[in-house]
Structure formats: C-alpha cells, structure tokens
Design a protein. Structure first.
Length: 366
C-alpha cells in the first residue's frame, strides 16, 4: 500500500469568533459546539480575557465542552499561551476544531493571531476565515462612529472581518436589518453578511456549515492606530469578582438580578458594555447578562435554586474608572447579599483598565 503525505491532514482547525463585548460570541460558540457534537464532530473552546475568574469558561464547561482559557491579556499579547492551550487541547481532547473567543475589545486579529497561525504554525493548525459578530440591537441605539463606546474598535473589527455575523436580529425590524446591512457593507464591502439570532436559530446552520467546512482564512491585516486602540480600550473599567458561600437554598434569579440592577443604578445604560453574573452550585448553574439596559438570563443546568456550596462570579466591562467600578460592584454585591439574607461569604475581586496592547507577533506583510 502506498501512503502519500498529501492525503493526510494532521492539522487542527482554529476558528476565531470575534466581535465587541456582549455581541453574543460565547452564546454562538456554545451553540455551534453543540451542533457539531450532535453531528459527531468534536469541538473544543478557548476563552480569553484580560482578567481571571471567567463567567464564559464556567458557562462552556457547564455545557460539557472541553474548554481552556487564556487569561491576563488578549490572544495577541499572549500568543504563546494561546498556542500552548491549543496544543494541550489537541493532545488531551483530540478535537477536530477549536473555537476561540478573543476579548471583545480586541482587534487587529488578522496581523496578530491569524497570520502567525497561518504562516509560522501551518504544520499544526489551519485557520478558518475570521468571523466577527456585530450586535444589531446595539447598532440601532448607538451607531458605529468614533464617539460611541468602542466605536473605533468595532469599526476596525468589521473592516478586518472575512465573515460578518449580525447577531440578535430577533430584536430589530426587517427594515432596520437592511439599514444595518447597508451600514456594515459601507465599512466592509467584501465580507459576506449573515443575519443570525440565537433565539430563533436564524442563520445558525449557515454559520455551522462555514465552521465545519475546509474554507481557510485568506484575509489581510487592516491598518490600525495603536494609540487610538489603546485609548479606546483604556476607557473601560474591567472588573472580576468571585463570591463563595454555603446556603440551604438561594434563588439565583433574584440574587443575580439584584446585583446587576444595583450595578446599573450607578451608570448610564450606554456605558455598560457587558456585565455578567454566573451562579453555580452542585445542583444548578445560571448566567445573566446586562448590556445597556437589557437584562437576559441564560439558564445552564438544574433549577433556579442553588444549594450547598455556591460560587458567584461577577464580570463587569463598563466605561468607568476602575476605582469607581470596583466600588459600585462591591456595593451592589453587598446589598444584594444582605437582601438575600446571606451574611457569611468570601469575596475576592480585582479591577483595572486594560493596558496598551503589545502583540507577540504583528505580521503585516505576508
Ligand atoms: N435576543 C438575543 N440575545 C442574544 C443573542 N445572542 C446572544 N444574546 C444574549 O446576549 C448576551 C451576551 O451574550 P454573550 O454570548 O455572553 O456575549 P459575548 O460576546 O460573549 O460577550 P463578552 O464575552 O462579554 O464579550 C447574553 O445574555 C445572550 O443570551 C441573540 O441572537 N438574540
Ligand atoms: Mg463571551
């Protein structure tokens, strides 16, 4: 029998699903992973954040997917950690593909993540076309321009996308959708646009088909001003908190709602990029999101009541000084705990503004 190297593909497919904070990346990645699993294909997930104690990772693990995380910086600045996580997942879990969620405020992924994988690590990995989510409900109240929250970053994300996924189209009218498609096309006229809703399932099959295909990234870096990029990121306060306690029975819906509502009281809705709460116990897991003034609950497992050892993670990305954000969330948590009659709890947290991006690789001419 003759064996030819060309017949064998030993590489693992990396699928980067980017997009601004709260656009719906984690929700989509978990939906895609679920569809792939049902079709007999194995997908692993890598999450990414500037901080530690991630709601998103607990969410993916709660759903049973092999999940790794790159912490303390974005994929571009922590490329060696991303590579290590990807290699470990390949060795331990043997996935056919890895779905990777970059930090929502991160851009320039073509030059700093896609190109290094494509050029330097091509024997181990192939890279799917870069997919970028754009929250269509946010666009309707906050058009993309340099003055809006993350405007510069969101625009650059769209410019470098090879596929644009308009998320949350269930929240807008058909006429508005057409306006948004036109707005996005005026920024990037070549990337196909997929209208998608996690609620109705619209567009999901098309996205799964793209993820599972062998189409590869052929994108090119788009010029970016790192000073403007750094300033835009530094506008945000970045909070991660972890609260642990033991309880006979706690209504996680009430507790999570209180934390997010008290947090919201301190800020204008448009300043809340994304605040998340995840509450887990041996019998339950529940995730909640606040984006602008929209509060959503994403149930994971079990009932809404937590019992036994309970852990609550709070992640907040808000236009704020870190000091003010830390104080606001601490006081929101304390008030919510008091009103839930939980007196004894451990509480550790951290709050900062993301530092200037300093990518490991920046390959602008390939
Ligand atoms: N109505 C609606 N809500 C959605 C859709 N997709 C996601 N959401 C909700 O939007 C919120 C944020 O979704 P995530 O998937 O956590 O967003 P993300 O992009 O991963 O956010 P970060 O990790 O903070 O950047 C959640 O409450 C989701 O349930 C959608 O298509 N329609
Ligand atoms: Mg996420």
């Amino acid at each position: 029998m003759n064996y030819s190297d060309e017949d064998v593909n030993l590489t693992t497919r990396i699928v980067l699903i980017g997009g601004f904070l709260g656009a719906g990346k984690t929700t989509l990645i978990n939906k895609v992973a679920g569809k792939l699993t049902a079709a007999g294909k194995k997908a692993a997930i890598i999450n990414n954040d500037q901080g530690v104690a991630l709601v998103d990772t607990q969410y993916s693990r709660g759903k049973g997917f092999a999940t790794a995380e790159v912490l303390g910086g974005c994929f571009c600045c922590r490329f060696p950690d991303l590579l290590k996580s990807a290699r470990e997942l390949v060795a331990d879990e043997h996935p056919e593909m890895i779905l990777a969620e970059p930090v929502g405020s991160c851009t320039d992924l073509q030059a700093t993540v896609v190109a290094p994988f494509r050029v330097i690590f091509q024997d181990e990995f192939t890279v799917a076309p870069l997919m970028v989510l754009v929250d269509s409900s946010r666009l309707s109240s906050d058009e993309i321009d340099a003055r809006s929250i993350g405007g510069y970053l969101r625009k650059h994300q769209i410019e470098e996308a090879e596929y644009i996924v308009l998320s949350k189209v269930d929240m807008i009218s058909a006429a508005r959708l057409q306006e948004i498609i036109d707005a996005v096309k005026s920024i990037n006229s070549t990337a196909p646009v997929i209208a998608y809703s996690a609620l109705t399932g619209k567009g999901l099959d098309e996205i799964v088909e793209l993820v599972a295909s062998d189409r590869r990234s052929a994108g090119a870096p788009v010029d970016v001003d790192y000073d403007t990029y750094a300033n835009a990121e530094a506008e945000l306060g970045w909070y991660n908190g972890q609260i642990s306690f033991t309880a006979e029975r706690v209504d996680t819906y009430h507790l999570g709602t209180k934390v997010l509502r008290y947090l919201a009281e301190g800020y204008e809705p448009q300043d809340i990029a994304h605040a998340k709460v995840m509450i887990r116990s041996p019998v339950s897991a529940m995730k909640m999101s606040l984006i602008f003034s929209n509060l959503t609950t994403d149930g994971v497992t079990g009932s809404r009541y937590a019992q036994g050892d309970v852990e609550m993670l709070v992640n907040g990305r808000v236009v704020s000084s870190p000091e003010r954000l830390q104080e606001s969330i601490r006081s929101a948590v304390r008030k919510a705990m008091e009103e839930t009659s939980i007196d004894n709890y451990d509480f550790v947290d951290d709050c900062f503004s993301p530092g200037r991006p300093n990518p490991t690789y920046r390959m602008i001419d390939q």
